[in-house]
Design a protein around this ligand. Structure first.
Ligand SMILES: Cc1cc2nc3c(=O)[nH]c(=O)nc-3n(C[C@H](O)[C@H](O)[C@H](O)COP(=O)(O)OP(=O)(O)OC[C@H]3O[C@@H](n4cnc5c(N)ncnc54)[C@H](O)[C@@H]3O)c2cc1C
Length: 275
């Protein structure tokens, strides 16, 4: 097995140049790429597409890249320089020192906030006396009882294992693009926090599988069918009084944490101005 950095950067290209470089400027140019495959090939050439994107995408989305919109490819950081960071133009990037759990614990640590755990909103909806407004963060189609049809979602399954090894893979995540592996990635979280003193000779590894599980919707599938259905729900949303829709499930959007927080702050300003 060969290990390569997931970002298609100059370092990789130089390392592999005898094989790849002549393929970087692809002959298969698509002026108006119709799908993910055409977009990827026109950006990085066929060889890199086949090595990094083709099988991984098929595993991740359960369909051929030929049947996925070209816009999905825009999420992938492609750079022709030596920058190995995930985000392109950020001065600072990182994760919260004490993790996201602590941030939310602190945010919710107020006597005025009452939390009902393991409680389906739709089961208690009619019992709640809403004073101001509702912020709904569940799937948009479910809110409207699927009246315009069900949206498609991809889901993920995580298989956790503690192993008797200090360091399993030397980095926080490795992607497995080959079809022979049923999982898409292996995570080893301890590498996200090199500053923490973590027990030697033990490590948590998590295998990630991509699948359909409508009870646990994770990723929107932005194909034409879903876009058309979503449009109808969005129109309906606007008519709903005293309800704010937010988050990846209600927006049917692929958000990273930076986008999630930024979208929440925009919604907060909107709510502030309502009252
Ligand atoms: C596998 C995976 C890996 C990711 N990796 C990264 C990464 O490496 N970097 C990064 O930046 N981002 C990553 N993300 C994205 C990021 O984690 C999410 O986009 C973000 O957590 C979304 O926040 P949210 O508040 O919009 O939605 P959520 O966190 O999903 O919040 C929605 C809330 O609504 C609740 N809810 C829904 N329906 C109901 C109901 N009927 N009744 C009661 N409650 C309900 C849910 O329980 C949940 O608490 C990843 C996401 C996934 C799924």
């Amino acid at each position: 097995m060969k290990l390569l950095t997931v970002f298609i950067i100059k370092t990789l290209i130089l390392r592999k140049q005898s094989f790849f470089l002549k393929n970087i400027i692809s002959k298969d140019k698509f002026d108006k790429p119709k799908n993910l495959e055409e977009k990827a090939i026109s950006q990085i050439g066929k060889k890199l597409y086949e090595a990094f994107i083709k099988n991984y995408t098929t595993k991740q989305w359960g369909i051929s890249p030929k049947n996925l919109p070209s816009s999905i490819f825009n999420r992938l950081p492609i750079r022709f320089n030596y920058n190995e960071d995930y985000f392109n133009h950020c001065k600072y990037q990182g994760i919260p020192i004490d993790g996201y759990t602590n941030i939310f614990k602190n945010l919710l640590d107020n006597k005025k906030i009452k939390i009902l755990k393991d409680c389906d909103y739709f089961k208690v909806k009619n019992k709640i006396n809403v004073k101001y407004l509702t912020i709904y963060t569940g799937p948009i189609d479910k809110y409207f009882n699927f009246k315009f049809g069900k949206l498609d979602w991809r889901s993920v399954k995580f298989e956790k294992k503690i192993i008797n090894q200090h360091d399993y893979q030397g980095t926080s995540v490795i992607n497995y693009p080959e079809l022979k592996y049923k999982f898409t990635r292996i995570h080893e979280p301890k590498h996200l926090h090199p500053e923490r003193k973590i027990k030697k000779n033990l490590s948590l590894i998590i295998k990630e599988y991509s699948l359909i599980d409508l009870k646990n919707p994770y990723y929107p599938i932005n194909n034409i069918r879903n876009k058309e259905i979503l449009l109808k729900y969005k129109k309906q949303q606007k008519k709903e009084k005293n309800v704010i829709f937010g988050g990846r499930l209600a927006d049917y959007a692929y958000y990273d944490m930076d986008m999630t927080i930024s979208a929440a702050l925009v919604k907060f300003n909107h709510i502030k101005n309502i009252n």
